[in-house]
Design a protein around this ligand. Structure first.
Ligand code: ZN
Length: 133
């Protein structure tokens, strides 16, 4: 059902300095930068092989990423897995008793549809499932 680790999301206070760090490690500029107003985040993607690192900086205090950083500090926020059929995957997991934070897929960065699963049931790490549009 999961096709690959699509990306790892890392919550950061300052996108510019975070991009500098990942620029130093990947020896390139970010592959994609985008602001997702609905989520209150500005993000930068660095492709690494078939996966990517997604740096997320909150753009307002009530954004989930701001809350995460206030509580736990900067660091890994979620792991995103690619799926072929998001609705079917969601339906299947909900049937198995997992709580999906989204009733319906929401729009993600990079022209995707995504849904999140609560870390309480997924060993402490928020899981994102992502389907390319
Ligand atoms: Zn993500």
């Amino acid at each position: 059902m999961l096709t690959k680790i699509d990306h790892i999301g890392i919550a950061v206070n300052d996108l510019e300095s975070a991009m500098k760090v990942y620029g130093d490690f990947t020896l390139k500029d970010a592959d994609h930068v985008e602001e997702l107003d609905s989520e209150g985040v500005k993000i930068a993607f660095f492709n690494v092989g078939e996966s990517a690192i997604e740096l997320l900086q909150p753009t307002r205090e009530d954004s989930p990423i701001a809350k995460f950083i206030n509580k736990r500090g900067e660091g890994i926020h979620h792991i995103c897995y690619g799926v072929k059929d998001l609705e079917k995957s969601m339906e299947n997991l909900v049937k198995l008793g997992y709580k999906c934070l989204d009733e319906k897929p929401r729009n993600g960065a990079h022209n995707t549809r995504v849904a999140f699963f609560h870390p309480k049931q997924t060993l402490g790490t928020l899981i994102e499932l992502s389907e390319k549009k």
